[in-house]
Design a protein around this ligand. Sequence first.
Ligand code: HEC
Length: 178
Amino acid sequence: MRLLMAAVLLLAPTLAQAWPWSMDMANQISIKPQESADTQNPGMRPFPKRSVPIPGTTSLVKDREVAEKQSNPVPADEKSIALGGKLFQIYCTPCHGYSGKGDGLVGAKLALTPYNLTADQTKARSDGFIWGYMTFGGAVMPSYANDLSDTERWNVINYVRKVLQNEHSATAVTPQAK
Ligand code: HEC
């Protein structure tokens, strides 16, 4: 009985990860995320007073239906299209591919093939619909409301419209573009 008690006592700290060496890897001198190397300047800006964490997305637009009714407030000028292209390259090409046709490397692994954004179906969609899709996500497609600001999402739409859905355009972003 005593032996058993001793064994239990010995094992307890192991289960609780309380051995000093079980934390050695975490407690290094390396700088942790959101920590600053400069003791005078703490790394992370403190959250504003009364801020609370929220689940889901941060859009002020209620749902897809409301989103669809909006019209695109960002003119599709050169600047907007260039910015939209950059963002499309970062956030959309893994699934929809550089061509927008749904041939991205990640997309190939999904149960539902990402839609071809240059097909008639998406061409016929309103800008507000596409904006809502990026905001709330789809069945498989995730929401991009936390990654792309409201305006950035309109820029992406301008890129999709003017470059990807326009077969005569030669300004598409490519894997080589920096
Ligand atoms: C993780 C993979 C993935 C990424 C990244 C992704 N999508 Fe999608 N997308 C999908 C899939 C899968 C669908 C098919 C429908 C669904 O999931 O609801 C889709 C559908 C869509 C549709 C609906 C088209 C239609 O006509 O109904 C739009 C618009 C769209 N994506 C735009 C984008 C844009 C813009 C981006 C970049 C901000 C993006 N997607 C990033 C996977 C992705």
